[in-house]
Design a protein around this ligand. Sequence first.
Ligand code: G3H
Ligand code: ZN
Length: 281
Amino acid sequence: MTLASTGSLLADARAEKRAVAAFNVITLEHAEGIVAGAERAGRPVILQISENAVKFHDGCVLPIALAAHAMAEAANVPVSLHLDHVEHDGLLHQATDAGFSSVMFDASHSSYAENVELTRRAADWAHANGLLIESELGQVGGKDGVHLGAHEPGARTDPDEAAAYVASTGVDALAVAVGSSHAMTKRTAGLDFALIEQLRDAVLVPLVLHGSSGVPDDALAKGVRAGIVKVNIGTALNMAYTGAVRSFLADDAKAVDPRKYLESARSALTDTVAQLITVIS
Ligand code: G3H
Ligand code: ZN
């Protein structure tokens, strides 16, 4: 099967009132396990590589991206490649060489005006180079001038501001702050479903949920019914992966061949992917 484009996966999902899962790839085994999980579930999937993962690979995006690209092409379900949470233009501008069809440009830590300015510039570049661009708008909230990060508990995206932001920047998908928070290891996040519906009605582009590992299954499914079209998941895979390695090594203190424990890690990750994909699509 040929590499899919994120744009077509999102359009199909939206038309069918489901979502596409986008899973974070850090190592080769992540990409292999994600593709295997999507194939088991018989659903499309997005392999996403974040700027932080690129930093882990010594700042080199090509080796891991080209490997993921090859796996996407060999998969028997549609798979697209997405470059995630990019803050620096240097990496953004490598997206086309590495086979990504979409990128998430993240200026959510900036003020509203700066977020618009930086994102509009990134969107102009992405569109000139045939890429779909996602970006993030979080509510700058809190009392007494305390700014919440876009995904801190309590942060919320304002629907009117979101409509103005999408019109000013020209982005094709919008990551919204609706109750989830990055890197949660317990699934205790509560989503604001009424806000998701308001955002869905306020902006024409697909809505993206980040920090989905902390959201329970029933809330993920309900969030999709309310209007979420792309569901980003990372930590849940790392918990499965690391948990399997930890338990393998606890059982066999003499193990030295990484294939032994990475096989169990990859297989645990595959189970998690297959289960989560089924919840949202
Ligand atoms: O962009 C990536 C996701 O937002 C991952 O969040 O690690 O909390 O699932 P998570
Ligand atoms: Zn994220």
